[in-house]
Design a protein around this ligand. Sequence first.
Ligand SMILES: [Fe+2]
Ligand SMILES: [Fe+2]
Length: 245
Amino acid sequence: MNLRQSLLQHEKPTHQFHDRDSLMWLISHRPKRLPKSLILPKKLVETIQKNKPWDCLEDRWFTNDLIRDGMHGFRHVSRVSVLATYLALSRFSLSQKELSAIMFSCLFHDCRRKNDNADPRHGERAALWLKRNRDVLPKELQSFLPAICFSISVHNDPYDQLLKTDSYRKFGLFVDVLKTADALDRYRFPKADWWISEKFIVLLPHDKEMAFAFDLAYQSEYSFVGTGNSKQAMLRSWNNLSSKK
Ligand SMILES: [Fe+2]
Ligand SMILES: [Fe+2]
């Protein structure tokens, strides 16, 4: 059974991986309204070339190899980091340190998952793990630990539980960017009714950001299916998409 078929079942697999047939389904269902050819903003290209998120990631952060290689693992958190940088750069005026802190919050957000299903407490577990292993965060970003931990801990909570909290008032930018970037990468699933929905986010993406999210997910998953190498898959897909002028 391929990934798409297994996701249509009532009982979903504990660990989920892409395959050629599901990727064929995905590319043939690319939303028609999304722009086809994209030129990424120069600022985004420069920022990602400088801080390649996939080079900052360590295998030991993940619960195990199945989580690292699966649908919420290495490639997902790398893509969420790139997408968050895209969203943040085009909407806010942030320092390099703030951008790096957002990038790291994305890299950590799903690292302590136990499975590729709902796993409702995985955000809180990741935040707790980071507090206990704070040395994995670069020294110059330690002051962002409260913002990073809060955004990770609530990234899968609905907004109606969040909006009135003091922590959201303080760290809302981190939360909004992570939640929308995470939602954008739902294009990796070969199941259109799981894709990003405006009902669950407050920071709404533009069509260009959505098109880039789709293409990055498709191309990096395609490359991983061929090579089994997540870092190479990210580098190849990023190089391909960022070289268009
Ligand atoms: Fe998550
Ligand atoms: Fe995620």
